[in-house]
Design a binder for this molecule. Sequence first.
Ligand SMILES: Nc1ncnc2c1ncn2[C@@H]1O[C@H](COP(=O)(O)OP(=O)(O)OP(=O)(O)O)[C@@H](O)[C@H]1O
Length: 216
Amino acid sequence: MLKHLMEGSWCSLNLLLEGPRGTGKSFLAANIGLTNKFDFIEIISPESFLRLSDLEMCNEIIMRWKEAQSYSSSLIIIDDIEMIVEIGRSSLTISNAFTVCLNMEPLKNHKRMVVATTSDLAFLRSIKLEEQFFLSLHVPKLKSEGVAKVISQMFYIPLEHHTQVATTLAPVAIKDLIYILESATRKQDETSANGSGGSSITNIDTVYRLANLMLK
Ligand SMILES: Nc1ncnc2c1ncn2[C@@H]1O[C@H](COP(=O)(O)OP(=O)(O)OP(=O)(O)O)[C@@H](O)[C@H]1O
């Protein structure tokens, strides 16, 4: 669907990626930047606003927006938009700044795409920010088929365990899954006599123990 959207003709496109924490929303946003040709990519994330007043935050958002507008095609990624709004003393003030920017007419012959990520759609809805986006795409936790795919592409687990590990761990955020499997790999390397550092997990109980700790 995203591919279809990207191939369409548009001059301004506001896209919201929403879903639980760690499901790969920022990864997907970055991937849109990497796999499409933009003259300029601006990343707006909560870290850069921590010490600013509300007025400074609004000015910063508008300044970055205008800079992006000066290129003929630009991608603006707003990572964890709900956190940026929450950093402000007045959430409404920051939310209004985003609303103004999201509705700013792109300059003539300018193509602007905005991709924002959030793990709190209900909050964005309550402050009427969700409705400023043309489209909102849900990024879910991985189901067992997705877990099995990550295992087979990124880790080595003996084939006979794939289905059981996948069904036991699902549904799971990709970030948690990778963390569990990397930790299991490290543990295995530590305990094996000649820890080779490869991605081979043969002690499946370790995976379940780590999953119990992480996902409860
Ligand atoms: N398709 C993917 N392939 C490999 N690794 C991925 C993929 N998607 C996400 N990851 C990894 O999972 C981790 C979490 O991804 P990301 O930060 O994009 O999630 P998020 O949904 O934006 O999280 P949050 O809601 O906490 O901001 C990252 O370390 C990223 O490298």
